[in-house]
Design a protein around this ligand. Structure first.
Ligand SMILES: Nc1nc2c(ncn2[C@@H]2O[C@H](COP(=O)(O)O)[C@@H](O)[C@H]2O)c(=O)[nH]1
Ligand SMILES: [Mn+2]
Ligand SMILES: [Mn+2]
Length: 480
């Protein structure tokens, strides 16, 4: 019997793989998924989530979000929490693109102003915002400067002139993670990171001009300053080669340390180290450096894009009404506290392709949003929609304060290209404005390559993990 058949349907949106379904699996795995999305659930993604349930110190349950797909060792869309005293830290369960994440910026502009000029505007954004494989940014930073970025995160970018002090109040962890030690990052990571700060990257990463096209919760939307027809900027990028190298370096450290700590894992891609060990702490401190690099990266990208839009229209910052709504990480490991069976525990929450979704009145929600909950930013694809939600109370009980992170890939890059070729790329992209350095990327990133994000957010909304606030439609997209 395959693992998919072993899943028990508990309700409309919840399936469980009971503990001990595979050897050594100490906790159940909950899949938050609708029947439509269940059809796409891969056997290998189920196995990866079950494998994670065997890791030392794993607490309560593994949670899998509706945008799940197979990843490196741990599935994208997976949430795993381990005890910080007895548990491990797993680089593969955080991901290669450390602090890949999303930023949403609001403007005062209305959709009508952008629609007639969107092709020219996106061309200008393509000229001004560095994107694409191995693209170089405006900055070439020395190792000493990069160490500052690794410590200060988004604050470094603001001090350098990319943005405003108040932006920092609207970023997860204010855009600066404290436990960062730049001496734990390799020279090669510094080399790879030196010319990539302020660059989008390739593939799934993007800068998109969007318009608010539906509001589900008028009261919350008002508190977030969101209204119908409003033009928004969404940025999706991460820590580029810098973070990738941190992951590569510490996967090797983890593999080498398995014998030393007598850790047995069902898959080498889950190589891990005790969180409290020297190796585990070194990775955690390097991972936070990469996360800070990513916060700085999105700070720069969002600011350059807004500045390009402003200059293109010949308007001031005031007229543009630039305002960071929120910026969040969806590949990260964070120390948080949760009650399990009545006992409060300190846990290291691995979110890989999963978004923190803290509810109202949580002290880690920025003061401006304290009574509505943390904004949850869910990109969809270049042709359909993206969504703005806010964290809701159930997330603290049933998903370690987490929600989904996107639509999730449906087709491999090769399959997407084949589909685009067969159907004809002009037909597939009809009515969309998409710019990129290489045509290949667009073929891999067609809307059909992704699941239906509307179905994905319906699940987290129905479960009370996050609450739908607004739908955003793309006006133009820059792909890497
Ligand atoms: N609005 C857009 N959404 C997009 C685009 N390309 C990808 N995506 C979505 O982002 C998530 C997150 O991706 P990941 O790399 O962090 O796993 C992905 O699942 C898609 O739903 C885009 O161009 N525009
Ligand atoms: Mn991402
Ligand atoms: Mn990424």
């Amino acid at each position: 019997m395959g693992l998919k058949e072993a899943l028990v349907r508990l309700s409309d949106y919840v399936y469980v793989l009971k503990e001990n379904t595979i050897i050594g699996q100490r906790v159940p795995v909950y899949f938050y998924i609708s029947d439509r999305l269940f059809e796409h659930l891969e056997e290998d993604a189920i196995r990866q989530a079950a494998n994670a349930g065997t890791l030392p110190g794993v607490e309560k349950a593994i949670y899998v979000m509706p945008d799940v797909h197979v990843g490196y060792g741990f599935p994208v869309g997976g949430v795993m929490a381990v005890n910080t005293q007895t548990g491990i830290i797993s680089p593969g369960s955080i991901g290669y693109d450390i602090n890949c994440g999303v930023r949403l910026i609001a403007t005062n502009l209305s959709e009508e102003r952008i629609l007639p000029i969107r092709q020219e505007l996106m061309q200008e954004i393509l000229n001004k915002v560095p994107a694409g494989v191995g693209s170089r940014g405006r900055l070439k930073l020395s190792k000493e400067q990069l160490k500052e970025v690794a410590i200060k995160g988004a604050r470094w970018a603001v001090e350098y002139g990319f943005g405003f002090e108040e932006d920092l109040m609207h970023i997860e962890s204010s855009g600066t993670l404290p436990d960062a030690d730049p001496d734990k990052v390799s020279n090669f990571a510094y080399e790879r990171g030196s010319e990539e700060l302020g660059t989008v990257g390739s593939g799934n990463h993007f800068v998109e001009i969007q318009a608010v096209d539906e509001i589900y919760d008028e009261n919350t939307a008002q508190k977030l300053g969101i209204s119908i027809g409003q033009v928004m900027i969404m940025v999706h990028s991460g820590s580029r080669g810098f973070g990738h190298q941190v992951c590569v370096d510490y996967l090797k450290v983890a593999k080498d340390a398995l014998d030393k700590y007598k850790i047995h894992i069902p898959d080498m891609q889950l190589a891990c180290m005790p969180f409290r060990s020297e190796e585990g702490q070194n990775y955690f401190k390097a991972m936070n450096c990469a996360a800070n690099y990513a916060f700085a990266n999105r700070q720069i990208l969002g600011f350059i894009t807004a500045d390009t839009l402003r200059r293109f229209l010949g308007i001031s910052w005031e007229e543009l009404g630039y305002r960071v709504v929120y910026d969040l990480a969806h590949n990260i490991g964070k120390v948080e506290r949760y009650k399990i069976d009545g006992e409060e525990k300190e846990l290291l929450v691995h979110r890989k392709g999963a978004t923190r979704a803290f509810p109202p009145y949580n002290p880690d929600v920025p003061p401006a949003y304290r009574d509505v909950g943390q904004p949850v930013l869910i990109p969809g694809d270049i042709g359909r929609y993206s969504f703005l939600l806010v964290g809701a109370p159930k997330s603290m009980e049933i998903s370690f304060g987490s929600a989904c992170h996107g639509a999730g890939r449906l087709m491999s890059r090769t399959k997407a290209k084949e589909y685009a070729r067969k159907e004809g790329i002009e037909k597939v992209l009809s009515g969309l404005v998409v710019v990129a350095r290489g045509k290949g990327t667009i073929m891999e990133e067609i809307p059909q390559a992704y699941k239906d994000v509307t179905e994905v957010v319906k699940v987290v909304d129905a479960l009370g993990i996050a609450k739908l606030v607004a739908r955003l439609k793309p006006l133009g997209t820059l792909k890497g």
